[in-house]
Design a protein around this ligand. Structure first.
Ligand SMILES: Cc1ncc(COP(=O)(O)O)c(C=O)c1O
Length: 389
């Protein structure tokens, strides 16, 4: 009998919800999927041809590895920040294959087995896996909703102990759609400085604001007070998850940045995981991606505005979102969340994500993707409301 690593000590059987979806698919049911977060499927007019031409423009396939990524690609990333009024130098940029990989690299850099990172809850369920695969424990700190989401700082502070190695923020958060506020950013930087903790700031939805929000601090890349790693990538920013290209922007006090960069270089050099053609095509991919982003943003706003109007006089309540690709729908507690989600699937052929996937603090919630095609959203939400009858 082989010995397998403890870091894989998950239950490998599929959950009853996934089994139900599979059974439905096999029975030939036409499912209305309100969870699609793959832009290559969500956009009917996805620019396959343009991406093809961007790759075709690459004529130099020599392998000239650089741990941080090709200079021209890092310059292209820096230019994107400049367009958003944010000064970032190519030396601050490290290319990765994805944001998920960036988390893994940073956990390797800061944590020994059994160390802890603080992560927001509710949030993105992949943290648990990313951390566990590095033998790291995630310790949740709460985001609280009172008409707007905010970080519960007293609680966050209580969670810091001798094994804490980093504070993760997701800005805007998935699925709550909440942006970090300017005053929260100051508090966070003070706290991180007080405890000597780096910040890992996941900014993949940075460009997707739903409403104007003057109090939002969209990024940490211009943070000088504390060591910070801002994560982003083509996956969401350009709607190109298939290209597998992301990046980390390192910022903070000069000495801390230098020390961190040396360690990051060693880890990056061990894998050299970012493929060369994507790096050389990056400038063009950003150009194409700007149009993809505009279409996705349009879809997000259209769906959000539809949901707000449609649910205004319904027993289903949409929580306020400021950005991102998700909407959280609070369902009346006439039945448990699991029953809501399963009945919606079984009786109405509609797929939504249950709130518990994201560790929502109570029941009953459904999370829908705002990049769902608007006509599918309209039909799906109509069927959801029919369960109220
Ligand atoms: C908040 C957040 N961060 C990171 C990712 C993963 O991004 P990538 O495709 O770059 O690994 C996701 C994917 O859904 C996400 O929602």
């Amino acid at each position: 009998m082989q010995h397998y690593s403890q870091r894989l000590s998950w239950c490998f059987s599929t959950n009853s919800f996934s089994r139900l979806i599979e059974e439905k698919r096999q029975s030939g049911a036409a499912l209305l999927d309100l969870t699609t977060s793959n832009p290559t499927e969500a956009l009917a007019d996805y620019p396959h041809g343009q991406i093809n031409r961007a790759y075709a423009e690459v004529s130099d396939f020599r392998y000239q590895p650089d741990a941080f990524g090709a200079l021209q690609a890092r310059e292209a990333v820096a230019t994107e920040y400049a367009k958003r009024g944010l000064p970032v130098s190519p030396e601050q940029v490290a290319l990765t294959a994805s944001t998920s990989e960036a988390y893994a690299l940073l956990f390797k850099m800061f944590c020994d087995a059994g160390d802890e990172v603080l992560v927001p809850v509710p949030s993105y369920p992949l943290f648990e896996y990313l951390a566990r695969l590095e033998c790291v424990n995630v310790v949740p700190y709460p985001l609280v909703y009172d008409g707007n989401w905010y970080i519960d700082f007293p609680h966050l502070k209580q969670q810091i102990n001798a094994r804490t190695r980093a504070i993760v923020i997701v800005n805007p958060n998935n699925p709550t759609g909440s942006f970090l506020k300017t005053r929260e950013r100051s508090t966070l930087a003070e706290l991180a400085a007080e405890y000597g903790l780096p910040i890992i700031s996941d900014e993949v939805f940075m460009d997707y604001s739903i409403e104007e929000n003057s109090g939002a601090a969209r990024t940490m890349v211009d943070c000088d007070e504390v060591l910070n790693f801002s994560l982003n990538g083509l996956s969401k920013m350009a709607g190109m998850p298939q290209v597998k290209l992301g990046w980390i922007v390192v910022s903070g006090p000069k000495d801390s940045v230098e020390t961190a960069r040396m360690r990051l270089e060693l880890i990056l050099d061990t894998y050299l995981s970012v493929n060369t053609p994507a790096q050389y095509a990056l400038r063009d991919l950003f150009e194409i991606g700007a149009h993809v982003q505009a279409k996705l943003s349009e879809c997000v706003r259209q769906n959000y505005s539809f949901l707000r109007t449609e649910l205004a006089s319904s027993a289903i309540h949409m929580l306020r979102a400021e950005g991102g690709w998700s909407a959280v729908l609070q369902l009346p507690r006439i039945m448990p969340e699991e029953v809501w989600i399963k009945r919606l699937l079984a009786e109405q052929n509609v797929v939504v994500q249950p709130g518990y996937f994201f560790d929502m603090p109570s029941e009953a919630y459904a999370v829908v993707s705002l990049i769902t095609q608007p006509q599918i959203m309209a039909e799906g939400v109509g069927r959801l409301q029919s369960l109220l009858a």
